[in-house]
Design a protein around this ligand. Structure first.
Ligand code: ASP
Length: 344
């Protein structure tokens, strides 16, 4: 018996939705992305898949679309900076068919860190490059931008925080003060995570973020960490968003894929993951993720109340948003019809 509920099971429309949503399709192309800004990603990535492109190209293209939106305060150079006023970005990509991966951490002056992560994967013997080395690599691959000014709103917010931080106790501008601010839970963060499967059934996962707003210099979240922020193999893929410090502890993405490897579809693997984290009972706040299994079925989970994500596959006529709600460890999926993609 399936443990995941889809709205009211007596509603035939919902039943149909569940059937359409979860049945394995003959055609496998599918893509899923985190948050409502994931619609933009799914739209861009879907164009690549539709034309017969690879999941690797689809995920990179999808994530670039969000990185290139400078109005986004949690992804790309439009994001909030670290406490020193520099935007430091984390990104990673993993190819499930080859188990190759590339990632960059705390990189500055790069508009598309996801493309740099792909360069690391395809052009170096390494998986993860951090900080100055990543910036140097960006220069080498022509991905470095000289001018990476903060967006006016991000600058204003940073100056406000800095002023408070500098005039505060326990110590002016100190780590202690930053930690005090952090404890107040006033910081903003989100990630564009994306998983896609192409017509050859290759599954790729990727993610990109400016991380925890006003973080300490050099802070790295879960996003560039393979297994935590993302994972993909031939059974499925997953990508996480939320508080990186918690996501890392539970190795969230690898755990979701583990459950798919054990034979569960993406939605049930998601629910098992949420139940596992709840059972551990520590560091459970602000963990959300998306999942896609080898049959083209979607899943997602959250330890919070609800989490929105975007999907598209050959079974649907256009990308749309879904919401997953966590009802005491049981995941309930809802379509958000009024917020579907409007084709141009
Ligand atoms: N997981 C990201 C980080 O901790 C932020 C987020 O997705 O909300 O850097």
């Amino acid at each position: 018996m399936k443990s995941v509920n889809f709205l009211n099971h007596t509603d035939s429309v919902v039943k149909k939705f569940k059937r359409d949503f979860q049945s394995p399709y003959k055609a496998m192309k599918a893509i899923i992305a985190t948050w409502s800004f994931g619609l933009k990603a799914v739209e861009s990535g879907w164009r690549v898949l539709r034309e017969g492109g690879s999941a690797l190209d689809a995920v990179e293209t999808a994530i670039r679309a969000v990185e290139n939106d400078f109005s986004n305060r949690s992804v790309g150079l439009g994001g909030y900076p670290n406490i020193a006023g520099f935007v430091e970005l984390d990104a990673a990509i993993m190819d499930g068919s080859t188990l190759r991966a590339g990632s960059v951490a705390a990189v500055r002056n790069v508009q598309n860190p996801i493309s740099l992560a792909r360069k690391v994967m395809e052009n170096t013997p390494h998986i993860m490059i951090a900080g100055e080395g990543a910036t140097k690599l960006a220069k080498f691959f022509g991905l470095y931008v000289d001018k990476a000014d903060l967006q006016p709103e991000a600058r204003m917010e940073w100056e406000k925080r800095l002023k408070t931080a500098l005039s505060a106790s326990p110590r002016e501008g100190s780590v202690d003060y930053w930690l005090k601010l952090a404890a107040e839970g006033v910081f903003n963060h989100d990630t564009i995570g994306c998983v896609a499967m192409d017509e050859n059934r290759n599954i790729v996962a990727g993610c990109s973020t400016s991380g925890y707003a006003f973080k300490l210099v050099g802070r790295v979240g879960d996003s560039p960490i393979i297994g935590a922020g993302l994972y993909a193999n031939s059974f499925g893929g997953a990508a996480a968003t939320g508080l990186g410090e918690n996501i890392m502890i539970h190795n969230v993405s690898r755990r979701v894929v583990d459950f798919m490897e054990q034979g569960l579809p993406a939605d049930e693997a998601s629910e098992k993951t949420i139940q596992y984290i709840s059972k551990v009972g520590r560091r459970i706040e602000q963990i959300s993720f998306i999942a896609l299994d080898k049959n083209g079925c979607f899943g997602a989970g959250t330890t919070g109340e609800a989490f929105e994500f975007a999907v598209m596959s050959e079974a649907f006529s256009q990308p749309f948003l879904l919401k997953v709600r966590n009802e005491k460890g049981h995941l309930v999926f809802e379509k958000i019809p009024e917020r579907g993609f409007q084709s141009s």
